[in-house]
Design a protein around this ligand. Sequence first.
Ligand code: NAP
Length: 164
Amino acid sequence: MIVSLIVAAGNNNAIGKDNQLLWHLPKDLQFFKQTTWAMPVVMGRKTFESLGGKPLNGRINIIITRQTNWSHEGVVVVHSLADAIFYAKESDYKEVFIAGGGEIYAQALPKANKIFLTRVDATIDGDTFFPEIDSSDWALANEVTHAPHEKHAFGFSFQTWLRK
Ligand SMILES: NC(=O)c1ccc[n+]([C@@H]2O[C@H](COP(=O)([O-])OP(=O)(O)OC[C@H]3O[C@@H](n4cnc5c(N)ncnc54)[C@H](OP(=O)(O)O)[C@@H]3O)[C@@H](O)[C@H]2O)c1
């Protein structure tokens, strides 16, 4: 089972503030959709609610919460990260995508084999962060850089990191 983290983080590893993203980068949203399409996507309850209460279409949405009475139409509810990964594995998927937020990334990083990191070339004040990627554990396997341009206020790089 490949456990992949997928995230967009600024130069200071900020990923969000007030339960919202810090930027609007249409090409990154497109990359996220293409990469996760038809696959299981795991999110913390707060990230799911930040989407406006609508599950991501075309994907299995697995939501992690400690609340035993929380439910939402169109999503699978679990109570631990291990159960989320187990659900994806039992459903015969070869890869599961962990899509945040900060709490879930921190718990998932030690279990991950792969990170799809969009490094946004901006240092924005945030209240939620992605953990530091330790280069003794992780190798940068691929990187495609985009300069800022129309509709994209910041430059960004699509990076793929693999566990060494
Ligand atoms: N830039 C990006 O790529 C990106 C991606 C995703 C999210 N974000 C941002 O990240 C922020 C949200 O992140 P966050 O850290 O505040 O919240 P989060 O990780 O999305 O969700 C936290 C919630 O997950 C549940 N949870 C966490 N650990 C658990 C465990 N071990 N067992 C059971 N349930 C557990 C709890 O839900 P209950 O409280 O219901 O128990 C907890 O309150 C937002 O600003 C969002 O926009 C950014």
